[in-house]
Design a protein around this ligand. Structure first.
Ligand SMILES: *[C@@H]1O[C@H](CO)[C@@H](O)[C@H](O)[C@H]1NC(C)=O
Ligand SMILES: *[C@@H]1O[C@H](CO)[C@@H](O)[C@H](O)[C@H]1NC(C)=O
Length: 318
């Protein structure tokens, strides 16, 4: 629970004693993901050239690997696919628990990279989309930096053009029925927020705070000055000490409470599809040939050797 901690005495001593403090409720590390997330062997809703496998298959093919504080989710990088058969094996996992007011902290050592990749770490309610909202925390395609943090909602949810954040707003209407469902996205200000540049520094930590009045996302690159409660995985955190967020979505023109319900955490990795696969986007990223024709994904397994997530932890605070 987000607690508004202030007393008269404390207020007098410390004028800003209204603290956004949260306690650790879920600490997903290594093999603990296996019993707390569902491996969704579903058809890709975004038309990607992917074959999502179940947990048993993922473990037996080593597309899921858990050991100590290492948790890896990867794509198949050895099989040449037949054009008429299923897509490239990959994984999509969804937390069993759902969350409303909370902070999720993603400590990521490596994210999927390579032409055609479209990874995402995000939250939604699959059974009530878009009315239950969607928060994309880490998302992008074809190694194109920077990271985009985006809300997708039902109607009547827009963001003010001017906001206190370090990122840059791209689109301000969050409604899935406008702008071709691009959502209201904010781009991070640094190249190391996504893809190969992110991996080159050993990744970093993304944290998303959701309350009934705002949604904020911070990116802390590995090696930068990371708030100690974040980097240590502390039992309690205070987001007031984390500085200006990378992305800020206030309730000025969007009733956050009614546009977002209890959301699951989802981590996925698809290939090509509706976004990554558009020729202009694929080739614009310097990728060869065509993704939509899916020959790239079918014929180049070794191009997906670095298409893996490595999580040190995912922590949720309420
Ligand atoms: C993966 O995540 C993104 C989140 O933005 C979502 O829009 C997309 O449908 C997901 N794709 C797959 C293939 O699961
Ligand atoms: C499975 O993947 C992990 C992580 O990449 C690796 O360390 C391990 O050697 C792999 N196991 C097998 C049997 O290939």
């Amino acid at each position: 629970m987000r607690s508004a901690t202030f007393t008269l005495a404390a207020t007098a001593l410390f004028p800003s004693a209204l603290a956004a403090t949260y306690g650790l409720t879920d600490n997903y590390i290594g093999s603990s993901f296996l019993s707390t997330f569902t491996w969704e062997a579903i058809a890709d809703p975004t038309a990607g050239r992917v074959n999502y496998v179940d947990q048993q298959t993922a473990l037996s093919k080593n597309l899921t690997y858990a050991n100590g504080n290492t948790f890896i989710l990867r794509a198949d990088d050895t099989t040449v696919l037949s054009a008429s058969g299923a897509g490239r094996d990959s994984v999509r996992i969804r937390s069993i628990k759902t969350y409303t007011t909370h902070v999720s902290v993603f400590d990521v050592r490596h994210m999927p990279q390579g032409c055609g990749t479209w990874p995402a770490a995000w939250e939604t309610d699959e059974s009530n989309w878009p009315n239950g909202g969607e928060v994309d925390i880490i998302e992008g395609v074809n190694d194109e930096s920077p990271n985009a943090m985006t809300l997708h909602t039902s109607a009547d949810c827009t963001m003010p053009a001017s906001r206190t954040m370090t990122g840059t707003a791209i689109v301000n209407n969050c409604d899935v029925n406008t702008d071709g469902n691009t959502g209201c996205g904010v781009q991070a200000s640094t190249t190391n927020s996504y893809g190969p540049s992110f991996n080159a520094i050993g990744g970093g930590i993304y944290a998303m705070e959701r309350t009934s009045t705002f949604i904020k996302v911070w990116f802390f690159p590995r090696g930068s000055s990371i708030p100690s409660d974040v980097s240590s995985g502390a039992a309690s955190i205070n987001t007031d000490n984390w500085g200006t967020p990378t992305a800020y979505f206030p309730n000025t023109d969007c009733d956050i409470a009614s546009h977002f319900d209890a959301n699951n955490i989802i981590i996925n990795l698809t290939f090509c599809g509706d976004w990554a696969g558009q020729d202009s986007i694929f080739q614009g990223a310097g990728c060869p040939g065509t993704c939509v024709g899916v020959d790239y994904v079918n014929n180049n397994p070794s191009a997906f050797t670095n298409a893996f997530w490595d999580f040190a932890a995912v922590r949720v605070y309420e």
